[in-house]
Design a protein around this ligand. Structure first.
Ligand SMILES: [Fe+2]
Length: 442
């Protein structure tokens, strides 16, 4: 008994010592949103998303179910030379009934151009900037946002950055069945999401299933419609889009991904359409990371990784961005658990600021009676802090990635790296035949 007790005490002390370095901020409270009366037809929760080359989808909500789904727009303030007629939807969830959710696609639009627009024929004027036709392109990246004081910091810091498109690999509102939180989240992000396209994919917090009553993702799909039809997908849970010389694939961690699944089949078709001469960069986003040395959600991505990693490797994916784990981690180029110069750089950035707080602990192993948190060979940088990322694709061969920690409410660039494209390193040409074989396999 005594040796066992001593051993336990030693182990506890060791764990305390090895985790004591992490003096990270506490979670912050969910924000309180003041209710302010507005006319029933007043456009709320305005956000935009890319909807095919030269087109943008404008989404907003009105309390008035008869409000028209029109967007007036033009390149001068207050002068709208074009009008787009859209569609609308709404949904009920137990005792909650949503407002009228409008989706209108505007375009064709010029690249790198500011447009002024108005929703539903009234209300305030918004402005958006379309992405450029050529490099450089800058993405802001943040996941697991929620709507806390830390979320506000992250959004404020993103607002200070000059970016073209926001990428969000899952976990938006943390509504978690409380439907009015989708509305408050829409209001919180409106200043940013109405001016730059927000491209999102689903996380576990979007999956609001009630057995026998509600399928998951009803609220998410109704409110955050993405260009899945435009990219040949049958589901809002996975799709692709292109910006300048970049092909971006948004996958779903919470829908079927095995080789017989619709998602897998769609992914093969989508990859077969990618022309690396036109889009030398290939990015993939999904929610649950495959390379994760944090204790949180350890191993949860293994099934999807086993099903899809060889396909993504054959396709020479440059960068994979994931969320879910509330800490930041960046890998070397990896494949099949090991460093590989033709593998993808995996970045976990599930630290946007949600109410659950940070994931402080890393995977422990027992060595000489001490628990340690050894950083895996493939892991370059890891830190449990809130923050956001910026990915500047400078040209067809080079990109600059930086991660900005919310340190005492100031953005601090804590990690940065130049990334060379796999086109430039010769991997794409080297694996051309391998990719063709994989894509042609039944
Ligand atoms: Fe998550």
């Amino acid at each position: 008994m005594v040796p066992k007790l001593i051993l336990t005490v030693i182990l506890l002390i060791s764990v305390t010592v090895t985790t004591a370095d992490y003096l990270r901020p506490q979670p912050r409270e969910t924000l309180h949103f003041q209710w302010s009366p507005k006319p029933a037809s007043y456009p709320q929760q305005v956000h935009i998303s890319l909807a095919g080359d030269e087109y943008m989808r404008v989404t907003w909500v009105t309390d008035d179910q008869s409000s028209p789904s029109i967007v007036e727009y033009g390149t001068s303030p207050g002068r709208y030379s074009s009008v787009a007629q859209g569609e609308s939807t709404s949904y009920s969830y137990l005792f909650y009934s949503s407002g009228k959710i409008h989706h209108s696609v505007i375009g064709p639009l010029e690249h790198s151009t500011v447009y002024f627009y108005r929703c539903g024929g009234q209300g305030p004027e918004f402005q958006l900037k379309t992405p450029p036709a050529q490099f450089p392109v800058t993405f802001a990246v943040a996941a697991d946002l929620g709507q806390t004081g830390w979320t506000k910091s992250t959004l404020d810091h993103i607002d200070q950055c000059k970016y073209d498109v926001h990428l969000l690999p899952g976990d938006l509102s943390y509504a978690d069945y409380m439907q009015h939180r989708w509305d408050t989240f829409g209001e919180l992000v409106q200043p940013l999401a109405s001016s730059r396209p927000w491209m999102v994919t689903e996380g576990n917090h979007e999956q609001e299933t009630i057995p026998l009553l509600k399928d998951g993702f009803e609220s998410f799909n109704a409110r955050w419609k993405m260009p899945f039809e435009e990219s040949g997908s049958s589901s809002n849970l996975y799709y692709s889009f292109e910006v300048a010389g970049i092909h971006v694939i948004m996958l779903g961690s919470y829908t079927d991904y095995d080789e017989q699944s619709d998602q897998y089949r769609w992914l093969k078709v989508d990859l077969s359409k990618v022309d690396r001469k036109k889009t030398p960069w290939l990015l993939v986003l999904f929610h649950v990371p495959w390379y994760n040395s944090n204790k949180a959600h350890q191993g949860e991505g293994d099934g999807m990784m086993a099903a899809m990693e060889s396909l993504l490797y054959a396709a020479s994916v440059d960068i994979v961005l994931a969320g879910h784990v509330h800490a930041y981690e960046r890998s070397k180029r990896v494949n099949n658990g090991r460093s590989d110069p033709c593998g993808a750089v995996h970045i976990t950035i599930g630290d946007g600021g949600n109410r659950e707080g940070l994931a402080h602990g890393y995977v422990l192993i027992l060595t000489n009676l001490h628990y340690k948190e050894p950083q895996p060979e493939w892991s370059i940088f890891r830190e449990a802090s809130f923050g956001h990322g910026e990915l500047k694709i400078v040209n067809s061969t080079h990109a600059f990635w930086s991660w900005h920690r919310n340190d005492d409410d100031e953005p601090v660039r804590s990690d940065q790296v130049w990334i060379t494209s796999l086109v430039n390193s010769g991997c794409v040409a080297e694996k051309r035949h391998e990719l063709r074989n994989v894509l042609m396999a039944p």
